[in-house]
Design a protein around this ligand. Structure first.
Ligand code: ADP
Ligand code: MG
Length: 246
């Protein structure tokens, strides 16, 4: 779909794992302030696509451009890029032996070179924003899964990212905790954060996405508004997928 102000652009991106062609000529543009929800069957390449966007995976061909800059290969430029395109994983990845506050402050100090006091102040603001101000001194194991995922979101926000990638952020959560995480994500969307969200939460896709990208077998098969996608999917693959999950 046509995008007015591109922030993330992938053009002709290809990647294999051995004989498996996991990203096949992928073209995708994510506009500034847009929420793009990526859906598709397991193994279709959604995680690989996300990981390629902040260079956790190398691609073999094609271009990936973030805010006008080609994705750097390594070094400081790559660290900066990773800070600008934050990622939230299914598995939270918090440091178990550090407090919630320290988890949110760590990369601010190491990557953003903030002083501890400044980082902690920012961390407390963000913990407040995700509803966890009272839990700053606790350790991850003392929190529920939903709370831990909100800490991971605060940690990603602490880098002042230009965009956030979410790879199935609620898939590891008990059902009653899914909404508290989606609500934080909806709030970010309303505030204009650029977001790419891989999820099976179709309610979120319908209500929060500007566009739905449907992937199958390493290809982007559909890229449309949620309204169009959910009411009249064009491809057999999407029809089949939707008939199984809706
Ligand atoms: P999705 O997130 O849509 O489930 P993935 O991007 O994780 O899909 O994986 C796409 C395909 O690539 C799958 O068949 C998966 O088994 C394979 N794959 C993913 N990561 C690796 C890897 N590191 N090495 C080999 N194959 C992989
Ligand atoms: Mg995945």
């Amino acid at each position: 779909m046509a995008v007015v102000d591109p922030l993330i652009e992938l053009r002709g991106v290809n990647k294999h794992y051995g004989a498996l062609h996991v990203l096949q000529d992928v073209d995708l543009t994510v506009g500034r302030g847009e929420v793009v929800v990526v859906i598709g069957p397991s193994g279709s390449g959604k995680s690989t696509l996300c990981r390629a966007m902040n260079r956790l995976e190398r691609v073999e061909s094609g271009e990936i451009v973030v805010d006008g800059q080609p994705l750097p290969d390594e070094g400081k430029a790559l660290a900066r890029l990773r800070a600008e395109v934050g990622m939230v994983f299914q598995s939270f990845n918090l440091f178990a032996h550090k407090t919630v506050l320290a988890n949110v402050s760590l990369a601010q100090i190491k990557v953003r070179k903030r002083k501890k006091e400044e980082a902690d102040r920012r961390s407390r603001e963000l913990l407040d924003r995700v509803g966890l101000a009272a839990h700053a001194e606790k350790y991850p194991a003392q929190l529920s899964g939903g709370q831990q995922q909100r800490v991971a979101i605060a940690r990603a926000l602490a880098m002042d990212p230009k965009a956030l990638l979410f790879d199935e952020p609620t898939s590891a959560l008990d059902p009653e905790m899914i909404n508290e995480v989606l609500e934080v994500m909806r709030q970010l969307a309303r505030e204009g954060m650029t977001m790419v969200v891989v999820t099976h939460e179709m309610g979120f896709a319908r209500s929060a996405a500007n566009r739905v990208v449907f992937m199958a077998d390493g290809r982007i098969v559909e890229d449309r508004t949620p309204e169009e996608f959910f009411t009249s999917p064009r491809s057999e693959r999407a029809k089949d997928f939707l008939s199984k999950i809706l």
